[in-house]
Design a protein around this ligand. Structure first.
Ligand SMILES: NC(=O)c1ccc[n+]([C@@H]2O[C@H](COP(=O)([O-])OP(=O)(O)OC[C@H]3O[C@@H](n4cnc5c(N)ncnc54)[C@H](OP(=O)(O)O)[C@@H]3O)[C@@H](O)[C@H]2O)c1
Length: 267
């Protein structure tokens, strides 16, 4: 059974832990979590029956896989603690946004590293993760990573780390773009006179239904869009207004800004 240590048991750490147990990729006895926060340790210990420890060094001692699920600002301290503590065969998997593989290799003095960009729908098994690995990571270890990320949704392996920064700007931050659009569509529906609870139901089901329709129909989005846009009709009127407000340009600018920020964070 794969032994796993989690350094940081926050929102994303818990999502991964819960998916691993759910899909029986490991057992509670084989997992230890160290989190600086007593309340998180208590919660995870009680809810999942995993071992919880205060010391990061203790957590990684017997593990095959060490998951770094802390915020970027806590990484320097954690790397100093773990430097020299890892065996070369132990796999380090980071979900920390922006931090490059090289930073882990140098900071931990360790060659066997995987970097992942997950997203928040992973919490309900509907996420998408993009990941890459150093040359030291074995095929068996890649298999573990693929099953763990697969338990949280879909996963895509890439050879080139640049794609991780790009994915950060698209799928990592993407849920926030969708939530923002949903908020504005609900507000607009209320603005024209719909009751808020009905507006929320209409918008949510429209987003869910459209996403699944797009996936199941296998047709490209522009074709599906044209199918609901009759000449001189209501949809055409709304789409023309979006374009007058330079919607497509704004989306490109927003995603490019996120990508530039992701690269900047990695420097
Ligand atoms: N949430 C997302 O959408 C998302 C998506 C992709 C990637 N990520 C990445 O995932 C990572 C974790 O995010 P999250 O949302 O799970 O963060 P989080 O909820 O803040 O979880 C991090 C946990 O680690 C604890 N911690 C801090 N310093 C520590 C230390 N030295 N040793 C052990 N534990 C320590 C934190 O305690 P304190 O709160 O007391 O500091 C907190 O409980 C981040 O680097 C983020 O970039 C997140």
């Amino acid at each position: 059974m794969m032994k796993i240590a989690f350094i940081g048991g926050g929102v994303m750490g818990e999502a991964m832990l819960s998916a691993i147990l759910d899909k029986r990729l490991s057992t509670p006895e084989a997992i230890s979590v160290s989190d600086i926060k007593e309340s998180r340790r208590q919660h995870l210990g009680q809810r999942y029956g995993v071992e919880v420890v205060e010391s990061n060094r203790l957590a990684v001692e017997k593990s095959d896989l060490v998951v770094l699920a802390i915020k970027p600002q806590d990484l320097t301290g954690v790397m100093a603690e773990l430097n020299g503590q890892l065996k070369s065969s132990q796999l380090v998997l980071s979900i920390i946004a922006g931090t490059r593989i090289n930073t882990f290799c140098r900071g931990l003095n360790h060659g066997c590293v995987v970097r992942v960009m997950p997203n928040t729908p992973a919490q309900i098994g509907q996420g998408i993760s993009v990941w890459t690995a150093t040359a030291d990571v074995t095929e068996q270890q890649k298999g573990w990573v693929s099953s763990i990320l697969g338990a949280m949704g879909k996963e895509i392996y890439v050879d080139d780390e640049q794609y991780i920064d790009m994915a950060t700007a698209v799928s990592g931050s993407g849920p926030a773009y969708i939530f923002l659009f949903v908020e504005h569509l609900v507000d607009a529906a209320v603005h024209i006179g719909l009751p808020r609870d009905m507006a929320q139901e209409l918008v949510l089901q429209t987003v869910l239904g459209s996403g699944q329709f797009l996936q199941k129909s296998g047709k490209p989005p522009d074709e599906l869009r044209r199918m609901v846009t009759s000449p001189g009709g209501t949809t055409a009127e709304a789409l023309a207004q979006f374009e007058r407000g330079r919607f497509s340009e704004l989306v490109i600018q927003a995603v490019s800004a996120a990508y530039n920020k992701a690269r900047e964070l990695g420097e």
